[in-house]
Design a protein around this ligand. Structure first.
Ligand code: AGP
Length: 604
């Protein structure tokens, strides 16, 4: 979602701020702006749309100054207009903000009584107004910000700049991450280390409730109780902030083609000697139930894992989307492992669900791709997804690595609970070790997949079908297609077709069926026949045996290498991703940053 940067520099900061904002583009945004303090005066430039529009504004109307803050905004309160773009200013204060101020209406009313009125529709402007009000009453910037932050409800990261203060930025974190970057005679603030990577690899992460007073000489941090806090400076590994398309047209294709490598890495980490290996605290002899919570693509990896935990480990497993789970107030029985799956580790709903379970479950584990994220830090155990930086808003390699690790975790549970023998467990891991190779073979089918996608692209609606573990695959395929190509897509468990959605079938409806030749193959094919009988346009994604048995009547077939039941949903994710990618290419949409979407959804 929104991105924040700040620089107290030795040189003009406007180009640095725009460059840093560029590195945050992947988070998703619809307007951008920067502000500087120069000769004691605050000034700002803002523009709707991509950063190139802000750069154009700056060419015609440069913004001098060596101290500045910047922001990419993903609209929540108020449309994407220049007036609603950050920074928001009031008197001697300007501020950028990630998150939501829940009590902004109430605060606005109070400020109106003092004659302070907003000029935008945003919640953020209230923060500037309140701080300016405190300063008008005689408080210095530091005390004014402390008083403001104490009055705010919601989840936020804030960065302030002040008139007359060319060596001061104040940052506050409650719910949204912020990183302080240390340079030589310069200091930086960013919503993540990726933004700061070209400037510094020395970073301090703020903790919940922290307020940081940043000058060129360093940073002073106070905690939620306003006591001085010592926070470590950590060195960021270069690989974790690398943003590079490596010759690909889009980050998404680069990330799709990285999957064999990152899956191999996950297999190496979590099954180093032919058997799954997880921290001792994940003791499945004591765990009697697994509750998995996530959003979007992470939710579909959990749905797949539910089949595995139940079938392979005989372990009851419940899966929910975080936005529902957090308000459902589900009863929690002893022996519960609560597992939260999130690429970013910052998804607001998933984090809230984790906090709900923290006091109730026996163990709270996170499966996260960002090791410094809130979910990683707040879980009792953080398992790394090991996918490397994922820039494309549409998740690909994080998904297949989540699946790989969850499959190994289910095997581990099966082994510990005595449902699987060691030999059976080794056999499954052996199968999984073939995955990187099978994935490479599957990626060679890109040309054929592109042709199928081009025929699907003109459709206004597409139906995806699958059974068992292929049902979540169908759901993920529909999500990817919607996100990237804006084509309406739905997924059904194929057995559910005749209970309603079959009414949609006619000659114009493309139907994509995921049907590897597994024990449910015949059942899925029967459902596919029901579609064919009604002239539905079926694309069958299967393996050689499946294609031999069931291609008749289908308009296209995609034949993947044969894979074990555990590997099939991981392998079938690849054509799902490539269909979405090539349909989006055919439609000319913004592939890495689809409209309205954000990479990490830090608001409820
Ligand atoms: C997937 O392509 C998405 N853009 C989205 O559904 C995502 O998976 C979801 O927002 C959850 O994000 P997280 O994994 O970072 O928690």
């Amino acid at each position: 979602m929104c991105g924040i940067v700040g620089v107290l520099g030795d040189h003009e900061v406007a180009p640095l701020l725009v460059e840093a904002l560029k590195r945050l583009e992947y988070r998703g945004y619809d307007s951008a702006g920067i502000a500087t303090v120069y000769k004691s005066r605050l000034d700002r430039r803002r523009a709707v749309g991509k950063l190139v529009n802000l750069s154009d504004v700056l060419v015609h109307n440069p913004l001098p100054g060596k101290a500045g803050i910047g922001h990419t905004r993903w609209a929540t309160h108020g449309a994407a207009t220049e007036g609603n773009a950050h920074p928001h200013s009031c008197g001697p204060v300007t501020v950028v903000h990630n998150g939501i101020i829940e009590n902004f209406r109430e605060l606005r009313e109070k400020l109106a009584a003092h004659g302070i009125t907003p000029s935008s529709e945003t919640d953020t402007e209230t923060v500037a107004m309140l701080t300016a009000h405190h300063m008008a009453q005689g408080l210095q910037p530091r005390e004014a910000v402390m008083a403001t932050v104490a009055a705010l409800h919601g989840a936020f990261a804030l960065l302030f700049l002040f008139e007359g203060e060319e060596d001061l930025m104040i940052a506050a974190r409650k719910g949204s991450p912020l990183a302080i970057g240390h340079g030589k005679g310069e200091m930086y603030v960013g919503s993540d280390a990726i933004a700061l990577a070209p400037m510094t690899d020395q970073v301090t992460y703020l903790e919940e409730g922290d307020i940081a007073f940043v000058s060129r000489a360093g940073v002073e941090i106070i905690d939620a109780a306003h006591n001085r806090a010592n926070r470590d400076i950590v060195r960021i590994e270069p690989g974790t902030t690398l943003i590079d398309k490596a010759g690909h047209k889009h980050f998404m294709t680069k990330e799709i083609f990285e999957q064999p490598t990152v899956v191999a890495e996950a297999l190496g980490r979590y099954a180093p000697a032919g058997l799954p290996s997880f921290p001792d605290r994940l003791d499945f002899t004591k765990i009697t139930r697994v509750v998995m919570v996530a959003c979007g693509t992470g939710y579909y990896s959990c749905l797949t894992a539910k089949y595995w935990f139940e079938q392979i480990a005989g372990l009851p497993c419940e899966v929910d989307v975080a936005s529902e789970f957090r308000y459902r107030e589900p009863p929690v029985t002893p022996g519960t492992l609560a597992l939260f799956v999130s690429q970013s580790g910052e998804t607001a709903d998933t984090l809230a669900a984790l906090r709900y379970m923290k006091e109730k479950a026996d163990i709270v584990a996170g499966l996260v791709n960002v090791g410094t994220s809130s979910i990683a830090r707040e879980a009792d155990i953080a398992l790394a997804i090991l996918a490397g930086v994922e820039v494309s808003v549409a998740s690909t390699k994080a998904y297949t690595n989540q699946l790989t690790i969850l499959a190994l975790l289910a095997l581990h549970a099966g082994r510990q609970r005595g449902v699987l023998t060691e030999a059976q467990c080794r056999g499954h891991v052996e199968d999984m070790k073939r995955l990187p190779d099978l994935m490479r073979q599957t990626l060679t089918l890109e040309g054929k997949i592109a042709k199928i996608a081009e025929t699907l692209a003109p459709a206004t609606s597409i139906l995806f079908l699958g059974r068992g573990v292929m049902y979540p695959t169908a759901l993920e395929a529909a999500l990817k297609l919607k996100e990237l190509s804006y084509i309406h897509a739905e997924a059904y468990a194929s057995g559910e077709l005749k209970h309603g959605p079959i009414a949609l079938i006619d000659r114009s409806l493309p139907v994509v069926v995921f049907a590897p030749h597994d024990r449910l193959f015949e059942k899925t094919v029967s459902n596919m026949q029901e579609v064919l009988a009604r002239h539905g346009q079926v694309t069958l994604i299967t393996d050689a045996e499946g294609a031999r048995a069931a291609s008749e009547g289908t308009v296209a077939q995609l034949v993947l290498p044969a894979a074990s039941e555990l590997c099939a949903p991981i392998l079938h994710a690849l054509p799902a991703q490539l269909i979405a990618y090539h349909a989006a290419m055919a439609k000319g949409t913004d592939i890495d940053q689809p409209r309205n979407l954000a990479k990490s959804v830090t608001v409820e």
